[in-house]
Design a protein. Sequence first.
Lengths: 286, 416
Amino acid sequence: MFVYGLINSAVLALMALGFNLTFGISGIANFAYGAIYVVAGFITWAFINHLNLPYAVSAILTIIIIGIFGALVYKFIIKRIRGLVISEVIATFGISIILLELLRFIGLIGFKYSLPVFIDGSVEILGVYVDIQRLFIIGLGILVIISLYVFTHHTKTGLAFRGIAQEEHTSLSLGINPDRIASLSMGMGSALGAFAAIVILPLGTITVDSGYDVLINALSVCIVGGLGSTFGVIIASFIIGYTQTITAMYLAPHWTMIVSLFAILVILVIKPSGLLGHQKELEERV
Amino acid sequence: MKKSVVSLFIFLSFFLFTFSASAQQYITLGIPTSLKLIEGHEGQKAAQLAIEEINAKGGVKVGNEKMLFKLEALDIRDGEPGVPVSEALLGIEKLILDKKIYAAVVGNFRSEALLAAMDIYSKYKVINIGTIAMTPKFQEKILSDKEKYKYSFRGALDSKYASGYVQSSMKFLNKEFGYNKVYIATQDVLWANAIGSLMEKWFKDNGWTVAAFDKYPVGATDFSAGLMKAKSAGVQVIMAIFDMPTSGILVKQWKSMKVPALLTGFISPLTGSKAWKTFGQDIEGVLESVWEIGYFPIKAYPPSVKFSAAYVKRWKEDIQSGHGAAPAYDTVYILANAIEKAGTLDSEKVVKAIEETDMAGVVGRIKFDNGHQLIFGDDPKQTACGGVFQWRKGKMLLVWPESIASDKIQKPAWMK
């Protein structure tokens, strides 16, 4: 249970990082995030199976395409309603429904829609067999977190990200273009969603409905951790991840999704800003 | 003058075209089901094949005239997660009112939707022979008001018969290999839960230990917690009942977690020939139930050989679903025979003729019981028939029932 709880936590963290990045920088709650995750899975699948591209090339191309798509969504849709929170949520959720229902309409349902694992096989850890793909999830999750830290602390664009996250108007006076940064954050957040999909989806199949599950999971992790707080996301992933595993193990598997929703309710009642949301410090927000 | 001649020509062409089109009388059959799911999709193709065969012979004799069959399919999506029953019902009503269907075949995917749809069929007096939804509550509802629900039939097996087939393989495993500890995993829907509950009781009554009985929501993609439970309890058998595409993940995880227990039951991604291509050696030794025979050739029952060959010839691929397709083919013939026997399209008389059906189908001999359920047994010459096959070296070897089995259950080499 310890091992699988850890893996489940890593899966949740990886799922939520992209959503959290976009919100932390630009304040946009990208409700199309789950749909983007699923679309990324199908694009990679199509590259591999229809264009016969190598897995690595398909994955890189997908991440780039999805990143550009996210930035374009900002440029052509979100930019016009920026700051109107409800409108942003409605617009992104609308995009989500369009994408997912379009995939459903095309008929992308079946076990054949699955991505290959990076390396086949499993290893024994603490008496439990774990497939190597799950170890990749943990490793790549850690790598993404470190990369994000380095990016936001040691690159010019990353510093601009933090500037916008801290105080948009002051950043503007220093020559940082908030629209450009917000567009980049949407693109990067979406690309991270695509990355998560490529790493996580080989464990199962690509299903249209998982778009909604991913959104709920990402949302619950971010709300519990504190929207915009990377460290909060990590802590919340562990709390929700282990609770889900314990629930599935000792109660019943069909209660696991309720854990995420229940966690949102509890945190909104007890501490609406999330576990680490109250600090809103510069480092915390990115 | 030239304009008038052209106008007259167009008018006459239109008139002749319309007249010739309306001169042909059709009996429209509706297929309201989840067309994107394999059982629905292949059910539609099997029904289409039967219609083409019947039409090629001139159609159905109704009294003194011959009429052709026509198909109207609608994706009501009731098998997909999150789709409300009300949406499925709207689709059925649309087929009845807009497309004027005479009868419906294949039908609802989810039992929850089927039970609600029976009232609609009853309201419009539309005959329906379903081949997918499996709840035993179907017969209960018919018997609760036979006159009202007489238009509904089921041409496939139900959960009670299905659990009987699973029991047969469990009896064998217990007798031959001494297995007596099981983990039950089902999809959280009426038909699968019914099989799970019936099997749980059967296991307990027959001296087995049930380590746990877990129900997974439709669309579930992680089975690791349940598999851990099974492994730590030391079960020898995992009995899984799933018809959702994501249930193939259970197989992946079962193998990667090296759970030393035999996988049995019904997992829809494992029922067709393509499963070996997808999973390869991972499914060696897996025991898979076939809800209705006929979808792959069984030498001992020639109609199945003929049907599967005709299907492959028509659609250039073999059937992958172990439920729904073969009976969908039969239901079109059941309807055709009943209409010819009744000599009319009057629903009341055709219902009566269907109740008296006694014919050889690809799923076995076709007869309905008092609750309008197709009768199943273990010899296709006597009743409709399901079975159990075992995956061995890429082949689907039928191991039960004995009347048509080509092999015996073998303990997989990797099991201790």
